[in-house]
Design a protein. Sequence first.
Length: 131
Amino acid sequence: VVGFARYGCWSMVAIVAATRLVTFATDAVRYWLALSAVGVTLSLLQCSALVVVAFIGAAVVIVPSGPGLSEAAGALLATFVGTPAPPGFVSTATQRIARLVGLALIAGVFMLGPGTPPIDPAAIPDRADIS
């Protein structure tokens, strides 16, 4: 977003900010649903705190974010927002699985698209013709 603002593309800044707000809201709802699935009731505000920590954890590239690390961070943060650690761990794992399934579906849609046409080898000039 800062790069867009530096070059005066304020419409792009607005689009990126709006997209981030929508994804923030959907992530909070996803955490709320995941916690509801394991029998824990939290407010959307508390689930928003889980989204913020997940966002910060994804932004820190020093620590590898493999399976288990973000779930452990979710369990730790769950204790700060008023829920026991085990449901926080399970909800974070459920949220990760839901995100991966969603990304796989989106990737499948793009893979089924028309794609790019194949390159005709006869249309590529020889090196002798380039000079």
